[in-house]
Each structure stands twice: as structure tokens, then as C-alpha cells.
Design a protein around this ligand. Structure first.
Ligand SMILES: [Zn+2]
Length: 164
């Protein structure tokens, strides 16, 4: 039977300094970008970047962002906006994570590759370095352990319910 309440895209912790996804066959991409205000720059994507860069033929120098694919867990929730009965569902992304670099950023945390983590839709934790990402992972692991204990307690509570 399919798990109706929780679905996960595979989230595999990547070893240190290894990008989560390579794009076989595509290789690093290089193109010439016209800079507003004059000049042009030859840009090259890091090997892990899968951004389409459709709007990056021209722009401000610091507009450029390289992105790896975003992966999240998805929790299936009642979609109350679709009706009053909650029978429709929507898969809400949680703990979305990707690698990003803003190569021309003046912020030294963003001008080197960093983890971009969105715990839930619309909320960005900012640029996380490997140690900070490790802290988030440790916190989530501890919480998952707690949720497992709650599940065990719930099973016991159901078994005893009405007999306590
Ligand atoms: Zn790129």
C-alpha cells in the first residue's frame, strides 16, 4: 500500500565537497554575458550547476547565480484552499536544499559555494557553510529520533486506549 501521508524524494547526504548531482554529458557550460553598463564576461558553470541561465545572456554583473538541482522532502497535506472538506491534497516541500554560488557577490559567504536550505516554502536560511549545514542535519536527525519515539509511544497508546 502506498504511503498516503508522506513521500520523499531521495535525500542522500553528500560526502564533503562532493556535489549532489553531476550532469553526465553536459559538462561545464561556457557563454558570453553582456554586462549592463558596458563590457562582457565569459562565464563558465561549475560542474554541479544545472541552472538553465535562460535570462543570463545579459544583466548586471552580480545578477549571476549558479544552482544545483533543488531536492526536498514533500509532505502531503489537506489542501484547504481547494475546498472546505480537506479531501484535496497538496504536496508541500520541506527542507529543500541545493548548492549555490553567487560568483560576483560582495558577501564572502555567497561568493563561494554554499548550501541554500529552505525549511519550508518561502523561508530561506541564508548561505550555510558545510559546518552550518551539518548543524541543521544534526538537529533534524535528533528530531527524527524523537518522532520515532513518539511513533512507538503512539502505537502503545492505541493498544492501551480505553483500557488504561
Ligand atoms: Zn551555472
Amino acid at each position: 500500500m502506498a504511503d498516503a501521508t508522506v513521500s520523499h524524494q531521495p535525500v542522500v547526504p553528500a560526502p564533503t565537497a562532493t556535489p549532489p548531482v553531476s550532469s553526465p554529458g553536459s559538462g561545464p557550460r561556457t557563454w558570453v554575458r553582456k554586462i549592463h553598463g558596458g563590457g562582457q564576461v565569459t562565464e563558465s558553470c561549475p560542474s554541479w550547476c544545472t541552472a538553465a541561465h535562460l535570462n543570463d545572456q545579459g544583466g548586471l554583473l552580480d545578477d549571476l547565480v549558479h544552482l544545483s538541482p533543488e531536492v526536498s522532502a514533500r509532505l502531503v497535506m489537506p489542501d484547504w484552499s481547494a475546498g472546505v472538506d480537506g479531501q484535496q491534497t497538496v504536496a508541500m516541500p520541506v527542507l529543500a536544499v541545493r548548492i549555490q554560488v553567487d560568483p560576483y557577490s560582495e558577501d564572502p559567504r555567497r561568493s563561494v559555494p554554499f548550501a541554500s536550505v529552505w525549511p519550508w516554502e518561502g523561508e530561506d536560511m541564508g548561505a550555510l557553510d558545510p559546518e552550518e549545514l551539518g548543524g541543521v542535519i544534526g538537529q533534524m536527525e535528533a528530531h527524527l529520533d524523537y518522532m520515532r519515539r513518539v511513533r512507538t509511544q503512539l502505537e502503545a497508546a492505541i493498544a492501551r486506549y480505553g483500557r488504561d
